[in-house]
Design a protein around this ligand. Structure first.
Ligand code: ADP
Length: 752
């Protein structure tokens, strides 16, 4: 049975008699309410509702907390004799806000998430209630329409205004503008009674998806996959599926059919499609719009406050039906969510490391379970976690075997940099240079991939060996030559590049070590002075508009060679792009990260897949010093399943995810001694439990960040262990001073 989650609101006016549990005629029963506040507290706070206010769970309220007034959510309501006892001593709720209440699923999701990631429920609530203005009635503007039956005389000018107002009621200023008259004319008409005022909401509902439209005709394989997903959606209840198909196989086309099914099956259904933030470009949104005749409701970090308010309210009220967003959209207060799609489910941007650390993909599955809805995870290179779930039958495994139409996968070749090295001080091997020249000669495009912004990752003094380091952070400053600055990619710190070494004061003594995209640009310019070359990174395309402009230039063929960071890995097809060169395939393998191999395979196969998506056959050349590594061999053979099977086996052997579970703790303090002592204290307090290994404390690889000294623990648990409960129990055993910060990361993706 599909549960409808909308709730009838309790009457705002006290309902005398009917609710009278105390027996005293004429008095509403006392309501004792527990309110979740956006504070790091383990529990909701107790209040009472004033006599004039009736509250229900999920209501948004303003409540006094010390000298402040905070926005909170009613978590539970008690009435009756027990509740009344002592209630007079409780502070009254100040106000109930008119916005849509948080439904039961949203509240349980907050509780579940808080417990899972070991955060306070208040911290999670803050991620849900992201647009407090949406809880007030929407702002209105006054608009004017012709007064019905008005028979006064109107000049020709005034008739023009009347005609405009008849076409569409508008504000006085706008009517004047449209009719080409002075504002005084409109004002006079209002005074005359020719125009009548009404209120128009600033936050009107979004256009509904048009479900009568059809998608592209699907190939038989696509149609089968679509049917599988639609069946899942039709069945109702929780179900998960991995939609597994190479880049360009039509996964988006297929899941759009599942979206259409969910929206059509229930006129109140809502659908959420999560995309990596980077993919949330106009091009992707335009595809949704083309399919459903209306833009989906967007949600990501860059939307404007007015849109945020409007979107939040419409989603909470159940009126916004199709939402496309980044990971934070998972916390939106949907009223009747029936399907979640996670596109590029393997993408690392679903993991949030800062603040409350969470993996949106995993939380999305939990949300789908709580709300009894379907979830589709789509990828060409699924995470090992998801693939294992599909192989074990926990998720349906829906496969799309080939690229759509004539497009075929590129030939992938490894270039062994030990045998075919670039010239000294250069980064492109002779083979890659030759291939690039060929592609230029044929009038086709080349993409050179280098996943590092800026010019060089290390700036060194030739005279004294001093390395330019980020202040109070163990991270080198990356030279950005075009802006003349040294930038810390970790903390965002930047400074002009000094003229002399700050240590030995020797002028002009710096050497740049290693390449970034700007340095590759310099080399390519030198080699191909006639070519049109551009860099695509978050520096050259810092916002959606710039990204779109760059993609347009690439599509039009205005660029011959594009040098890009991972921003190029996904996005639109470039029909003329036939060569992809990976400058340094080993870059992501350094650092001892559990998922380094998996991640390198995902990124590089995606980048390689950019070659030859249209009718022209593509070629990918991968430069590496480690061609024998399993991941490089798998890339050359395009053997994803072989690679993942080997990776799975290796992880199973040592009980690493997905065969075991991990948590990380970072203990940090401005004082190294204090961090050290606190970490030791914490380590001594670790509960001894079967199936749990605690490693650490050890200085973190990034031992100092923003002046805080960091110590790390890594905790590994067998699958059957409730790792969250273990961690929570551990944390109750220690009381540390406030200068020491403890950050817990369940299922960490960063080990720095
Ligand atoms: P994926 O999401 O697997 O990368 P897409 O759904 O983006 O694949 O499809 C790749 C390209 O092929 C897109 O431009 C898409 O519009 C086109 N395409 C896929 N399937 C069809 C189809 N059945 N009819 C028309 N075009 C299609």
């Amino acid at each position: 049975m599909r549960r409808r989650l909308r709730r009838t609101r309790a009457s705002a006016a006290p309902d005398f008699g009917l609710f009278d549990a105390s027996g005293a005629a004429g008095r509403a029963p006392v309501q004792r309410v527990r309110v979740l506040l956006p504070l790091p507290l383990p529990e909701p706070f107790d209040y009472r509702a004033p006599a004039s206010m009736r509250l229900a769970p999920g209501d948004h309220v303003i409540a006094p907390v010390g000298p402040r007034e905070l926005l909170g959510v009613v978590w539970s309501v008690e009435e009756g004799e027990d509740a009344a006892r002592g209630a007079d001593n409780l502070k009254p709720i100040t106000e109930r806000l008119p916005g849509p209440p948080l439904d039961d699923t949203a509240r349980r999701f907050i509780e579940w998430t808080a417990r899972y990631v070991i955060a306070s429920p208040g911290a999670i609530m803050r991620m849900v209630v992201r647009a407090p203005e949406a809880l007030r009635d929407p702002p209105v503007v006054h608009v004017y329409a012709p007064t019905p039956g008005f028979d006064g005389k109107l000049t020709e000018t005034r008739l023009r205004v009347q005609a405009e107002a008849a076409r569409e009621p508008e504000t006085a200023a706008e009517l004047a503008r449209r009719a080409g008259v002075s504002p005084g004319v409109v004002k006079a008409m209002i005074d005359q009674g020719a125009l009548t005022r009404s209120a128009r909401s600033e936050d009107p509902p979004f256009a509904e998806p048009d479900l009568s439209r059809a998608g592209h005709p699907l190939s038989p394989a696509q149609a089968n996959a679509a049917e599988d997903l639609q069946t899942l959606v039709r069945q109702g209840g929780f179900a998960a599926a991995l939609l597994d198909g190479v880049t360009g196989s039509g996964k988006t086309e297929v899941y759009l059919e599942a979206v259409a099914e969910a929206l059509a099956a229930d006129p109140a259904a809502q659908v959420l499609v999560l995309l990596p933030e980077i993919a949330l470009t106009q091009a992707v949104l335009a595809r949704f719009e083309a399919r459903f005749g209306a833009s989906p409701v967007e949600w990501h970090s860059a939307i404007k406050p007015a849109h945020r308010r409007r979107a939040w309210r419409e989603i909470a009220a159940g009126r916004a039906r199709l939402v496309v967003g980044a990971r934070s959209a998972l916390f939106l207060p949907f009223a009747n969510l029936r399907l979640i799609v996670i596109d590029e489910e393997h993408d690392p941007s679903y993991k949030q490391d800062e603040g409350v650390a969470y993996q949106a993909r995993d939380l999305a599955v939990a949300r789908a379970k709580l709300g009894e809805c379907a979830i589709v995870l789509a990828s060409a290179t699924p995470s090992l976690e998801t693939l294992v779930n599909a192989q074990s039958g926990r998720y349906a495994h829906v496969k799309l075997p080939a690229r759509h139409g004539a497009a075929v996968l590129p030939d992938v070749e490894l270039i062994d940099l030990r045998l075919d090295p670039p010239e000294k001080g250069k980064w492109l091997s002779p083979a890659l240079v030759a291939a690039t020249a060929d592609s230029l000669a044929r009038g086709e495009q080349a993409l050179l991939y280098m996943n590092r912004r800026g010019y060089a990752p290390l700036t060194l003094c030739r005279a004294c060996g001093h390395r330019m380091q980020s202040p109070e952070t163990e991270s080198w400053l990356v030279e950005h030559r075009y802006s003349g600055r040294l930038v810390c990619h970790l903390t965002g710190f930047s400074m002009p590049k000094p003229k002399a070494c700050p240590k030995c004061l020797t002028p002009d003594s710096f050497v740049s070590i290693g390449p970034g995209v700007e340095r590759i640009h310099e080399e390519v310019l030198e080699r191909f002075p006639e070519a049109r070359i551009e860099i695509f990174s978050s520096d050259t395309a810092p916002n959606g508009e710039a990204v779109r402009a760059l993609i347009d230039r690439m599509e039009r063929g205005d660029i011959d060679i594009l040098i890009g960071t991972q921003i190029v890995a996904k996005g639109r097809d470039f029909p003329l792009l036939t060569l992809v060169g990976v400058i340094d395939a080993d870059l992501g393998l350094k650092g001892g990260d559990l998922r380094a191999g998996e991640r390198t395979f995902q990124l590089l196969s995606q980048v390689a897949g950019r070659a030859g998506r249209a009718e022209l056959k593509g070629r990918a050349l991968i430069q590496t010093y480690a061609p024998d590594e399993a991941v490089m061999q798998a890339l050359a053979a395009m053997d994803r399943d072989g690679f993942l099977a080997a990776e799975a086996q290796a992880r199973e052997l040592v009980g690493m995810p997905p065969y075991g579970r991990l948590a990380a703790i970072v203990v940090s303090s401005p004082s190294e001694e204090q961090a050290h002592a606190a970490a030791n204290e914490l380590g001594a307090a670790a509960p001894n439990t079967d199936g749990v290994d605690v490693w650490g404390p050890a200085p973190a690889p990034l031992a100092v960040v923003r002046g805080r000294h960091r110590r790390r623990f890594l905790i590994r648990a067998d699958r059957g262990v409730d790792l969250s409960a273990y961690m929570a129990a551990w944390m109750t055993r220690v009381k540390l001073t406030s200068a020491v910060r403890i950050q817990i990361d369940i299922d960490p993706y960063s080990f720095l």
